[in-house]
Design a protein around this ligand. Structure first.
Ligand code: SF4
Ligand code: SF4
Length: 385
């Protein structure tokens, strides 16, 4: 039976986070040497946060730097050498990655702790012999160079995959814009979820610490609202960590496409009762009013969607359109896998224009907009944009 530990943690104060991380570690065999059960002396350890885009910690888009700091200390106590790395969405260039590190507070943590920030943008083609969605993919070198991987996802709802947690954070192993190419190939959430699970199975993390102190609810992973959950969730199995997190935010795990697919792969039963929960009880930390994404589908609809997905998507899923605060920066244009967004001039200002046809509702535009200026309208709402 997989184990997941839940530690109550109500703030990002250093003392609270240190206590929370240590509590999780305690349940997985702390012998006074931090993460010594998972990291050996001299191991090159990758700490992989969620750095979706260059965003400040208080926006709750990225993993909070306080967790990264404490996890680094746990790894260093075990003798590991830490590199922090992620490949945000958008172009895979160093200036943007540096901006993401600095804005998320990760650069400061690296300076404090002596951890290295990954600046290697190279990748290698890796085979996925047992992959269901892919047999080969570009994977960032910083992932391949690590002896051990510790992922630190942020607890967020997600317009496309319903939830973004321990499994989805591994999508950052795919470099930059290559991610939006896959969105164009795997157009609906269930086929895309097979890709996520291929990555999870090919590169299982050694440990997961989920930042659930402040989550994001609603239309995440970028344009939702911060929401207090007050927990750090940890474990070895990313699927079990996600099932525990979903149970806390009151979302039926089987309504999340990649969990439903993981059940089909027999990687999990999808039931919280089949996971050994250590520390806080789910009932005691549950957040009943956690807002679901606008694209959320409950069981019967989710089941129908699984079969009819790509045929019904344009009719039932919200469509993106630019809001008045759109600056015409062009980030959505670059990230749209279907290339249906254009930047147009209107008087002396620019703005995005989304084509009438061809949108696959991948929400890359909504996810990557730095100004939260890509709105979503339901199929019954009329807009002239
Ligand atoms: S919608 Fe956002 S990403 Fe797209 S052009 Fe406008 S501000 Fe930039
Ligand atoms: S317009 Fe947005 S949601 Fe539609 S295909 Fe392009 S990126 Fe995806």
């Amino acid at each position: 039976m997989n184990k997941v530990a839940i530690a109550r943690c109500l703030s990002y104060n250093k003392e609270d986070v240190e206590r929370g991380i240590k509590e999780v570690v305690k349940y997985f065999g702390d012998h006074g040497n931090g993460l010594g059960n998972y990291v050996k002396n001299g191991d090159r350890v990758l700490i992989k946060p969620n750095l979706l885009l260059a965003s400040k910690p208080e926006s709750c888009v990225t993993t909070h730097p306080s967790l990264i700091r404490e996890i680094i200390y746990q790894v260093q106590d075990a003798g590991g050498k830490v590199t922090i790395g992620d490949s945000p969405g958008g172009p895979n260039n160093l200036s943007y990655i540096k901006l993401a590190y600095s804005r998320a507070g990760i650069q400061k943590v690296a300076l404090e702790t002596g951890a290295k920030l990954n600046e290697d943008l190279s990748y290698e083609y890796v085979s996925f012999p047992n992959g269901k969605a892919i047999k080969k993919a570009k994977i960032c070198k910083f992932v391949l160079n690590a002896d051990k991987i510790i992922t630190v996802p942020k607890l967020k709802t997600h317009m496309f995959t319903t939830f973004s947690g321990a499994c989805k954070v591994q999508y950052g192993y795919i470099p930059g814009l290559e991610k939006s190419i896959y969105h164009g190939k795997f157009k609906e959430p269930y086929s895309f979820s097979e890709l996520i699970l291929d990555i999870v199975e090919r590169f299982p993390p050694n440990f997961v610490f989920m930042d659930g102190i402040m989550g994001m609810e609603g239309d995440g992973p970028n344009a939702g609202r911060p929401k207090k959950v007050g927990v750090i969730i940890g474990g070895e199995d990313p699927i079990s960590v996600d099932i525990a997190a979903l149970s806390i935010i009151n979302i039926e795990p089987n309504n999340v496409p990649y969990i439903a697919n993981a059940v089909k792969r027999k990687l999990t039963t999808g039931k919280i009762s089949d996971i050994q929960i250590l520390g806080e009880r789910i009932e005691d930390v549950k957040v009943l009013d956690y807002k679901r994404p606008g694209s959320y589908k409950s069981s019967p609809v989710a089941n129908a969607f699984r079969v009819l997905g790509r045929f019904v998507t344009p009719f039932i899923s919200p469509k993106p359109y630019p809001l008045s605060n759109c600056t015409g920066c062009g980030i959505c244009e670059v990230n749209c896998p279907k290339k249906i967004i254009r930047i147009v001039s209107e008087g002396n200002r620019k703005r995005a224009k989304v084509g009438t046809f061809g949108c696959i509702r991948c929400y890359c535009c909504h996810e990557m907009c730095p100004n939260k200026a890509m709105g979503l309208k339901k199929f019954y709402q009329v807009s002239t944009k």
